[in-house]
Design a protein around this ligand. Structure first.
Ligand code: SAH
Length: 341
């Protein structure tokens, strides 16, 4: 029998548990501090808790929801970790240091149900949603390894976050809350392939989370060939939901656009993309395609990327190129995958 995961417990749940043990309330705060601020990996190290309480906790809960199974680091400091989950499944997490920020990129599902044909994450199919503790524990383990917390969180690893909505919300809350990791909402960005009901729901949470939407094409026809969710949630509805998100939260939405040679990199598509950017007043984040073997897509050369950017700017669209990190360890956008066994 698996013990319940400690990190799936809200402070209220824990207060109930401590009360039932006749423990004073401040013990909960001590436990939360050890868990979310000091990234303890066993109850034994929680030295200001009484020994018998530590033992009781250990018998009642699992503190770790993920365990590092394989770590690969690139010379630029980008690090990809394969984490084993308690049921034997695994996920990937990326740590991305840059001069101004420390970013952790979290997965939300084991595999991905969307199956975009250019992305590695859906290739092995979909296994299951991650629980809140499995999502937040990736950030905790990365912090522990690094000896410092991330300044930014991007929910851009394996999976479609908005198809795991409740668990995503619980995890974001633990990342953000003062009792949790205390990372500012404006420093947390979730990315979606365009799940319209999820975007609408998120816009009503009254939070300052950032939202990124994977557009990848400025017209429905091309988009349908790249993002299967287009068939359910057409481009116009996705853009309308983005507008709603911006209006309700006051937060800027970013559009992600993976540039694929000969597929979505024409001058006409640049012009259309520019007009979307202009009309919605949103920035486009351009990601030159990262190769995934054996998928039949290719990355445009530097000149073609430059030409596309210039064309979008000429149409008065806002666009920046995402600096590639982690390509040589297959940790870049779209290269994270389901690994089993
Ligand atoms: N499922 C969510 C979260 C993943 S974010 C979403 O689709 O937004 C990962 C981003 O990298 C997405 O924009 C995805 O479309 C993009 N991507 C996928 N494969 C890629 C590749 N091979 N090269 C560059 N970007 C890729």
């Amino acid at each position: 029998m698996m013990k319940p995961a400690l990190k799936s417990r809200t402070p209220e749940d824990l207060r109930g548990w401590f009360e039932s043990r006749h423990q004073p309330r401040y013990r909960v705060d001590q436990l939360l501090e050890w868990t979310y601020r000091r990234w303890a990996d066993c109850f034994e190290t929680m030295s200001n808790l009484p020994k018998n309480l530590r033992r009781d906790l250990d018998e009642s809960f699992d503190l770790n929801s993920v365990t590092a199974a394989d770590v690969r680091e690139e010379t630029d400091g980008t690090r990809k970790t394969l984490y084993r989950l308690r049921d034997g499944e695994s996920i990937e997490t990326v740590w991305i240091p840059s001069p101004k920020r420390l970013t952790v990129c979290l997965s939300t599902q084991v595999g991905c149900p969307i199956g975009c044909p250019f992305c590695a994450s859906g290739e092995g199919g979909f296994i299951r949603n991650l629980s809140p503790d499995e999502i937040v524990d990736q950030a905790i383990h990365e912090s522990a390894r690094e000896g410092r917390a991330p300044s930014h969180v991007v929910v851009m690893g394996v999976g479609e976050p908005l198809l795991n909505y409740e668990n995503l919300m619980a995890a974001l809350s633990a990342l953000n809350a003062p009792w949790g990791m205390g990372i500012g909402a404006r420093r947390i960005t979730s990315s979606t392939c365009g799940i319209v009901p999820g975007i609408r729901r998120l816009s009503k949470e009254g939070k300052q989370w950032n939202l990124s939407v994977s557009l990848h094409a400025p017209d429905g026809e091309t988009r349908a060939s790249l993002v299967p969710a287009e068939n359910r949630y057409p481009l116009e509805d996705v853009l309308e939901a983005c507008r709603m998100y911006r209006d309700r939260t006051g937060r800027q939405v970013t559009l992600e656009y993976t540039l694929l040679r000969g597929v979505n990199d024409s001058p006409g598509q640049a012009a259309q993309l520019a007009s979307i950017s202009r009309e919605l007043d949103v920035k486009v984040n351009l990601i030159p395609y990262n190769p995934v073997d054996p998928l039949p897509y290719r990355r445009p050369d530097e000149g073609a990327v430059e030409t596309f950017v210039k064309a979008v700017e000429a149409g008065r669209g806002k666009i920046t190129v995402r600096r590639e990190k982690g390509g040589s360890i297959d940790a870049a956008c779209g290269q994270l995958r389901l690994r089993r066994g």
